[in-house]
Design a protein around this ligand. Structure first.
Ligand SMILES: [Zn+2]
Length: 437
């Protein structure tokens, strides 16, 4: 930045300075000769011009320059701050979520799943001002565009990695570990997809459990039999979940609020839609071709991404579990051994609890507001021949000969399961569909 605006004739302060130089020079240089000093008049004039020009012209210009520099540095700091909003107070993330829910003392009643009463939730919305666009002067420099740290160190993302169901948490982990902007861009697209699928699969299992029917659900069932499911199908189902809230309550604590559209149409659904649009753009020939393009697309995408992750926070309360075994005890309860499919670590924590209802061995469930609800056939754990280990998969489509085509969340490997086909295309009322009674 310079002392005067360029070109100088557009800057009133440049004119002001010039005026003082000329005026004081002429006034003193051409004024009456003063006998008390020994200098000639023209030298007096020159000195006066220099003095008044500096004091009344250059000094204010310097002050103005410093003020402008200060303002720019503050705006940059603000911008950086809005890119890394701090996590709103959510004690749920750190508190042991299972403790309140699974009472393991044998003396307690047979009632299963003691859910905390729904507490009024503070809106977890992070205001995301549109920064950096209104003023050309503050366009991101190439260093900002290429910087992987804002996403790698984002506290919003780190909290979600630790607390969300595995598919979403795993995708966010990849995003944070990405070493360059192209990898990070692809991981951001995958994170949008994983977040949508995790939320929607949970909601769809619940919709089937409460026997709700929506047009998006019917479309989902049709797509399973035909071309397969896309991220758009899942999002469409999510957009209709709140129609059922009045009749059936909500899938899990906080989900109805998360799916509500906020002022001006903002909210989780809006963010997920933006992420879907970016995915579609990328899939249909609009992939960024280099790190700078990927970086600048990420700068635009990051607010929606962080916002979506923040607003999906109720997922941290909808524990996904994988039942390893269930046995009937002398206390008249089922003793369930399960893995908690939460967080980004693929070695899941083991939990044990009692249930008044049996749960199906090797099925996935999620903790709804009224008990565990089976996620089969939308999400299942299956052995993958390529990875040589069990993988968490989601149903993608039904193949007439091979059965349900499952896709692994982690790497898209396809696994076929002929037995699930009937579940997927007919209303879901199999044994152990839910634990509530
Ligand atoms: Zn695999």
């Amino acid at each position: 930045m310079r002392l005067f605006d360029a070109p100088p004739y557009t800057d009133w302060l440049a004119w002001w300075t010039a005026f003082w130089i000329i005026f004081s020079g002429l006034a003193v240089g051409l004024g009456p000769d003063n006998d008390t000093d020994s200098l000639p008049n023209w030298l007096d004039g020159l000195l006066a011009a220099a003095f008044f020009g500096a004091a009344l012209g250059l000094a204010p210009a310097w002050v103005r320059l410093r003020f402008r520099q200060f303002r720019v540095s503050r705006r940059r700091a603000d911008k950086r701050h809005t890119m890394h909003p701090t996590v709103p107070d959510r004690p749920e993330f750190s508190a042991p979520i299972t403790s309140a829910r699974h009472d393991q003392s044998p003396s307690t009643q047979a009632s299963f799943v003691v859910r905390e009463s729904p507490q009024p939730r503070k809106s977890s919305a992070v205001p995301v001002p549109a920064f950096g666009r209104e003023d050309e002067q503050f366009r991101p420099t190439p260093t900002d565009v290429l910087d992987v740290r804002p996403l790698a160190l984002s506290s919003v993302l780190t909290a979600a990695r630790n607390g969300y169901p595995f598919p979403a948490a795993r995708a966010i982990r990849r995003l944070q570990l990405a070493g360059d902007r192209i990898t990070q861009y692809e991981a951001a697209i995958e994170t949008g997809e994983a977040l949508t699928l995790t939320f929607a699969i949970t909601a769809v299992a619940w919709l089937r459990f409460v026997s709700a029917s929506t047009s998006a659900l019917a479309e989902l069932e049709r797509a399973f039999r035909q071309q397969g499911i896309s991220q758009g199908h899942w999002l469409a189902v999510l957009q209709q979940v709140n129609q059922q809230v009045k009749t059936h309550g909500q899938p899990f604590d906080g989900s109805a609020e998360a799916l509500r559209l906020a002022k001006g149409g903002s909210g989780l659904l809006h963010d997920l839609k933006l992420l879907l649009q970016e995915r579609n753009l990328s899939a249909h020939g609009g992939r960024p071709r280099n790190h700078i393009q990927a970086g600048s697309r990420l700068l635009d995408l990051t607010p929606s991404l962080e916002d979506a992750v923040t607003r999906a926070a109720p997922l941290a309360d909808a524990d996904w579990i994988f039942v390893e075994s269930s046995s009937f005890g002398r206390d008249g309860l089922f003793h369930i051994n399960a893995l908690k499919v939460m967080g980004d670590h693929p070695e899941f924590e083991r939990i044990e609890f009692r249930s008044s209802h049996p749960l199906v061995d090797r099925d996935l469930y999620f903790a709804s507001t009224s008990g565990y609800i089976n996620l089969t056939p939308y999400a299942v754990m299956r052995y993958c021949n390529r990875c040589k280990e069990s993988e968490l998969c989601y149903a993608d489509r039904v193949d007439e000969r091979k059965g349900v085509v499952l896709k692994s969340f982690a790497n898209g490997h396809e696994i076929f399961d002929p037995q699930l086909a009937a579940d997927l295309t007919s209303p879901f009322d199999g044994p152990g569909a839910a634990t509530t009674g």
